[in-house]
Ligand binder design. Structure first.
Ligand code: ADP
Length: 594
């Protein structure tokens, strides 16, 4: 990248540097600051004076030092080599940088985001003489054993393929030449750059119609997120946020995972960096990293890099979406991102909004989540891709009135409320069934009606039972459950079964860690059939304690730990035996049933 010296530093304030004499610079251009060549980005421009957020430590910098213009916006390199990478907020590969400089990253270091010397076996998908347009896939490389990397004609280019090369190439080799209508030749490599703050183009965006199945019962059943949808999960410490994220990364119905970590404490991110590479992809048995990109910011990295990391992450995610994949991006935690915005805004002396956050906090958060979607991709052929965005928020003291939580809730459609109290009771995943919501709920009923016809009604019934339990809980606290009439006690028992046998799911149990939609459907059916048959028996005089302690309940409770095929068999048998088992408890019918 060519650098041109233009400006001069006049002021340094933490991550913010003010430089004058910046004629020719544009908003959001990347600059190199001082002779240490620290990476920065212009975030305010008044006349020829620029405010620059610097992505590296600015200690020791002072007025008079030079600023170099790079003449391009903050960009992400997109091409083979992304998967398995661990980047910092401005797409510098952490492992290479740490190898170069040790754990305390020296300033001004550069490293290529994508390996420039590695050879990939490029398989063309277009022929010479063929007309192509941006988004068309010109060829593929097997990036990892799990994911085929589809190389697109970059946005803004179309024309006729003059030349296409197959075989072993590095990403710097020209593998395709396209001549546009004006006769201009575009020499394509296997990678291109895209400005991080600009969403990548698509033809059309649809409302999600398919749930992103996660194999996690509380999520899929009650609070599903759509493929291409948005969700928010607040994470008080110890509530199981990390476990949920790992579960989603492993089991969600997504091809590619982008994980953006903005750590609170240095060691939190270290956990992610140690744990993620250890995770296995359950579908293939291969390391999960083969379909993952990690973007990591520890707290000892400068605040501005955190601000950039979510944009770097979502740009990479959109790029895989453009290949037709289902991509899930997890950002943890977006509160750290917002705090970075607040710090920079404070130094720019902007008018503060709520809690000192900039007035544009809500807009930035909305713009970020708007990059999620189920879209029709660019290109001649009709293909779709999905980008689901799941953002964790960590409000101080778990306070949901926090401006970041509020701004997020205004734009996302799903809210998984992780609650410390549930975690304390060891109810995992600690997702509150009372405070969480999914605005998609009924949208996926078509999908369910087609595949699991009874599921939507059963789901609604189960939720109604849980709500009744919540309403009764005050009375129970005052007078105890024994004081309630048997019909209400049965409702409480059904609620307990839904909570303990269904909603609780052990991420560390080899079978229970994942539960298919089919198994969810059948498990819920068993619990509700019990409730129904028990209620009939109760109304005909069966004693409550016999119903409550019936051994069939233990059978229902155990199926979650039983491998799917066998579990489905057992549930069929339970459902078949239930009417008789309950009828037998009715006094006048004892001995009359066969
Ligand atoms: P956080 O990241 O919110 O601080 P963690 O995700 O590390 O919390 O969870 C804390 C502990 O809770 C875990 O070590 C684990 O023992 C338990 N836990 C959380 N979720 C589950 C789950 N789904 N199944 C079993 N145990 C869980």
């Amino acid at each position: 990248m060519s650098e041109e010296k233009i400006g001069r530093i006049v002021k340094v304030s933490g991550p913010l540097v003010v430089a004058e004499n910046m004629t020719g610079a544009k908003m959001y251009d990347v600059v190199r600051v001082s002779d240490k060549h620290l990476v920065g980005e212009i975030i305010e421009l008044v006349g020829d004076t620029a405010s620059i957020q610097v992505y590296e430590e600015t200690g020791g910098l002072g007025p008079g030092e030079p600023v170099y213009l790079v003449n391009m916006p903050l960009s992400v390199e997109l091409g083979p080599g992304l998967l398995t990478s661990i980047y910092d907020g401005i797409q510098r590969p952490l492992d290479i940088i740490v190898d170069k400089t040790g754990d305390f990253i020296t300033r001004g270091v550069t490293a290529d985001p994508l390996p420039k010397d590695k050879k990939w076996d490029f398989v063309p998908k277009v022929e010479e003489g063929q007309k192509v347009t941006s988004g068309d896939i010109i060829g593929t490389v097997q990036e990892t054993v799990i994911i085929e990397h589809r190389i697109p004609v970059p946005p803004g280019i179309s024309g006729m393929v003059e030349k296409i090369e197959s075989g072993e190439h590095t990403i710097e080799d020209i593998i395709c030449v396209i001549k546009d209508d004006e006769g201009k030749e575009h020499k394509l490599k296997m990678y291109h750059r895209w400005p991080a703050r600009t969403g990548r183009p698509y033809k059309k965006k649809y409302l999600p119609e398919m749930p992103l199945l996660t194999g996690q019962r509380p999520i899929d059943t009650f609070f599903p997120v759509g493929k291409g949808g948005t969700a928010c999960v607040p994470g008080p410490f110890g509530s199981g946020k990390t476990v949920i994220q790992h579960q989603l990364a492993k089991w969600a119905d997504a091809d590619v995972i982008i994980y953006v970590g903005c750590g609170e404490r240095g060691n939190e991110m270290t956990d992610v960096l140690n744990e993620f590479p250890e995770l296995k992809d359950p579908k293939t048995g291969e390391p999960l990293m083969l379909r993952t990109v990690l973007i990591a910011n520890t707290s000892n990295m400068p605040v501005a890099a955190r601000e950039a990391s979510v944009y770097t992450g979502i740009t990479i995610a959109e790029y895989f979406r453009d290949m037709g994949y289902s991509v899930a991006l997890m950002a943890d935690s977006t509160s750290r991102w917002a705090e970075a915005m607040r710090e920079i805004s404070g130094r720019l002396e902007e008018m503060p909004g709520e809690e000192g956050y900039p007035a544009y906090l809500g807009r930035r958060i909305a713009e970020f989540y708007e990059r999620a979607g189920w879209v029709e991709n660019m290109g001649t052929e009709t293909t779709t891709g999905a980008l689901t965005v799941i953002g964790a928020v960590s409000p101080p003291g778990g306070d949901l009135a926090d401006p970041v939580v509020q701004a997020t809730l205004r734009v996302v459609r799903v809210f998984w409320s992780l609650e410390a109290e549930l975690a304390y009771q060891r109810h995992y995943p600690a997702i509150s069934w009372i405070n969480s919501y999914s605005l998609y709920g009924k949208v996926f009923d078509d999908f369910y009606r087609k595949n699991y016809p009874e599921f939507p009604a059963n789901r609604d019934k189960a939720m109604a039972i849980l709500q009744t339990e919540a309403e009764l809980s005050e009375i129970v606290k005052l007078v105890g459950a024994e004081a309630l009439d048997p019909s209400d006690r049965l409702t409480l028992e059904a609620a307990r079964s839904i909570r303990e046998d269904y909603l609780q799911q052990d991420a560390f149990h080899e079978v229970d860690t994942y539960c298919s939609a089919k198994k969810q459907d059948m498990m819920l059916k068993a619990i509700l059939e019990f409730e129904e048959e028990a209620r009939k028996a109760l109304e005909r005089g069966a004693p409550f304690d016999k119903i409550e302690s019936h051994p069939i309940r233990e059978e229902i409770a155990r199926v979650k730990y039983v491998e799917e095929k066998e579990a489905l068999k057992r549930i069929d048998s339970i459902i078949e035996r239930l009417p008789k088992a309950m009828t037998e408890l009715v006094p006048e019918e004892v001995g009359t049933s066969t």
